[in-house]
Design a protein around this ligand. Sequence first.
Ligand SMILES: Cc1cc2nc3c(=O)[nH]c(=O)nc-3n(C[C@H](O)[C@H](O)[C@H](O)COP(=O)(O)OP(=O)(O)OC[C@H]3O[C@@H](n4cnc5c(N)ncnc54)[C@H](O)[C@@H]3O)c2cc1C
Length: 94
Amino acid sequence: MPKTLTSDFLIIGSGIAGLSLALKASRHGTVRLITKRQLSESATDYAQGGLAAVFSRDDSVEDHVRDTLNCGAGLSDETVARKVVTEAPPAFKT
Ligand SMILES: Cc1cc2nc3c(=O)[nH]c(=O)nc-3n(C[C@H](O)[C@H](O)[C@H](O)COP(=O)(O)OP(=O)(O)OC[C@H]3O[C@@H](n4cnc5c(N)ncnc54)[C@H](O)[C@@H]3O)c2cc1C
């Protein structure tokens, strides 16, 4: 007999997107989180913590944005890619 579980929020995925949402949603109700395999099996767990930034005079924001969009194969949001690349250097200096 299948068991019925209830909650105010059902979140699918235990990567940073799902976990961030789970934390926020938990302020407003009960949260249930489901994921594909192990909780830690996600791109988030494999991420190296890098941030794209331009420091060399031989490099440019435009090159980084172009490379990011190429690697994203049409799935990247150009506004976000440009914001991250542009705002990364001051973030490193703080
Ligand atoms: C090797 C590697 C290195 C990286 N290094 C960096 C870095 O240095 N800097 C950086 O900014 N980014 C890096 N990234 C990218 C970064 O990890 C991802 O952009 C980010 O973690 C994505 O988070 P997410 O929550 O959207 O997805 P994920 O972390 O992939 O989470 C997706 C979740 O959904 C679950 N799921 C998927 N399908 C289903 C399904 N059908 N049913 C139920 N659950 C499902 C998965 O199990 C997983 O828990 C790296 C990624 C990899 C793989």
